[in-house]
Unconditional design. Sequence first.
Length: 751
Amino acid sequence: MTALPRRWLFVLTILVGSFLLFQVQPMVARMVLPKLGGAPAVWNSAMLVYQALLLGGYAYAHWLGRFTVQRQAMIHVALFLVAALWLPIGIAQITPPGPGQEALWVPLLLLASIGPVFFVVSAQAPLMQRWFAADARAGDPYYLYAASNLGSFAGLISYPALVEPNLPLAAQSWGWTAGYALLVLLVAASAAARWHGRAADPASDAAVTDEPRPTWRRQLHWLLIAAVPSGLMLSTTTHLTTDIVAMPLLWVLPLGLYLLSFVIAFSTMNRLTEVFVFIAPTVLLTIGGLALLSSGGGSLLVALASLAMLFVVATALHGYLYHLRPAPQHLTLFYLIMSAGGVLGGLFAALLAPLLFDWVYEHPLLTLAAAMLLPLPVILPWDKWLKLSARTARLVVGLLVAVAAFASLRMVDGWSGRLDIDVGMWGFAILVIGVLVIGWRWAYVAVLALLMIGVGGWSTIQESLTGDRVRSYFGVYTVTDYPAQGQRRLAHGTTLHGLQRTDPAHRREATTYYGPQSGVGLTLARAEALAGPGASIGIVGLGAGTLACYRRPGQQWTFFEIDPVMVDIARDPSKFTFLSDCADDAPVVVGDARLQIAQQPPAQFDVVVIDAFSSDAIPLHLLTKEAIGIYARALKPDGILLIHISNRFFGLEPVLAEEARARGWTAAIRLDPGPATEGIDDLTASNWIALTATPGRMTQLTGGLRPRDKADEDDAWVALQSTPGFERWTDDYASTLPVLMWGSLIGKRDE
C-alpha cells in the first residue's frame, strides 16, 4: 500500500484513543455518584471539565505542530508515561468542600482524578492526523476524523450495553488501563512510521501548500458552525426529557447521533453528505417548527422526529464544516476552533440556559441558529421558472412571508379556541411557503420562526409571562389551575409531580401516588400504632408536599429535597398548602438525600420514605447496597424503609428483593390499583415496597403476608419474592438493563 502508507495503523490508533475517551466519561460518572450525589449541577460541572480538557488537548496538539515529528513523538510519549501515574483510574482523595464551595470543588475533584490521562488521550485524534499527513504520499488526513468519531460512538454505546452490565468498576478501571497501555504502543508505532516523514515540520508543509493562515472571519465561521450542533445535541436531550417523553438512557441517543454525523461528514461518502445537505432545510422546517411546543404529550413519534432532525442538521452542518476545512498545515488550528465551538455550544445549552430561561428556550433558539448557518440549496427555483427579476422575486418573497405571518396568527387563534378553524391546514400552508423561500435566508428563518409561534409556541411564551413556570438545573416546573376539575397541578415537564384539590374542605387529602390505599398511605396512617405518638418520619422527595398531611400531632417529620426551587414551590401557600396546613414547622434538608441522611444521627427514624424518582429517571445511587446501608443506619432497629418504585420503564422489584434477601430482611409490596370509583382522576395506581429487619414489625404493618400468586383481593400487601440469578446492586456494580421493560419503550404515556 504505497499510496497510503500505514493507513491501518493510524486508523487503529485513532479508533482506540477515541473509544477510551468515551469509555472513561461514564465510568468516572459512576465512580463519583456516591460521593457527589446525582445533582444535575454535578453532571454539568463534569461536562464542563470534559469539554475543557478536550479543548486543552486540541490546543496542546496544535502547539506541538511547531516541532518536527521526532520531537512531537518524544514529547507526546513522555506525557503519556507521566499521565500513567494516575492509573488505574479512581477518585482522588481530596479535602471535602466547605459550605458554598461545591461549585469549585467538583471540577477540582474531576481534574485531580482523571485530568492528565483525559488530556493526553484527547490530543491523539488531531495529532495522529497531522502525523499521518507528514508523509506526502498519505493524502487528505481529514477522513481520519470519521474514524475518531466512530471510535467515540463505539465507546459511548458499549459502556451501558456491554461494560457496565458485566464488569464491576474495579475491573472496568483495570480494563481501561490495559487499553491505555495499548494506545501508548500504537502512538509509538505511529511515530516510528513517520519518523522520517517527508513533510515533518510546518516549513516543509508550507512547501507543499501555500495556503495562508485562515482569516479571523473564517475562524469565527468555523466556531459558529461547530457550536450550533453541539448545543442542539444538548438542547434536544433536554427538550425530549422535559416536554416530550421521559425515557431511560435517552441522553445516549442524541450524543450518539451527533458523533455519527461526524463519521458521515468527514468520510469519503460525499454523495451521502450532499443528500443530507439537500434535505436539511426542509427537515429543519418540518420538525423544527415543533421546537417551541411545550406539550408533546409523550409521543414517541415526536421524539423520533426530533432525533432525526438533530442527525440530519448536524450532518449537514458538519459536512459544511468539512467543506470549509483548510489545508493540512492548518489542521490542528481547525480542530482547535471546532473544539472551542463545541465548548461554546455546551456552555450555552447546559450551563447558561437554565439560568437565563424558565423553559427550554435554548432549543428553538439553536434551531433558528441552525437555519441561519445551513447551506440552503434551492429545491423549487420558481423565480427562474417564471423568469422573474431579482427585485420582483424579493417582492414576491416578502408577500409570502406576510401570508405566513397571517397563517401563524390564525393558528394561534385556533389553538386558543377563539376561532373554529383547521389549524393543520394553516400549518401546512406555512410549511409550503417555507419550502418556496428556501433560497432567501432571511425569509426562510422568518417563516421557521412563524411556524414555531403557530405550532404551540405562543402558548409556551404566554405561560412564561404568567410567572407560573420556573426552571432549575433539575427541570422545568409548571403550576397550573384546572377550575373545572377543582385541581391545582404541579408538572415536571409533562410528568405530573403533584396535585392538590382546591376545595378547602378537601385540600388536605392526599392525591396521586399517595392516596390512603397506597403503600405509603397505609404505612403513615399506622405510624402512631407502630411507633407510638412521637414517631419520627423521614421523607426523601418533597414534591408538592402531599405526604405532609399524614402527619399527626407529636410526630417528628424531616423532609429531604435536592432542589431548592421545589422547596420554594411547596412552601408557597399561594401554590400548594400541604406543608403550611399540616407540617409548617417540619425541617426541609436541601441536598442529595443519600449524602444528607448519612449525616443524620443513627437510629433516628421509625419510618424512612424514599420517593426520589424525578419523572422516570432512576437515582441509581439511592438503591445500592451502600445506600440501603445508610438508610438502615438512620432507622431504628425495628424501623420500616418504604420505597416508591412506580415506573413506566423499569421493573425495580428484583433490585429490592435481592437487597432484602442479602440482608435477611422481610419485604412486602403494595400494588395499589388506583381509585375504585370511576371518574376519580386525582388518585393514581402505585407500587410501594416496605422493608424491615424485624419480621414482627412487618406483621404489625401488613397483618401477615402471603405470596402474590396466593393472595386475594383482601390482601393489601403481598410478599416480595427474589428473582433467581439477579445480582445485587452496589456502588461498584449496578446495571439498569436487566430491569428495563423493553416493551414500555414503544408504549404510550399513561399520564
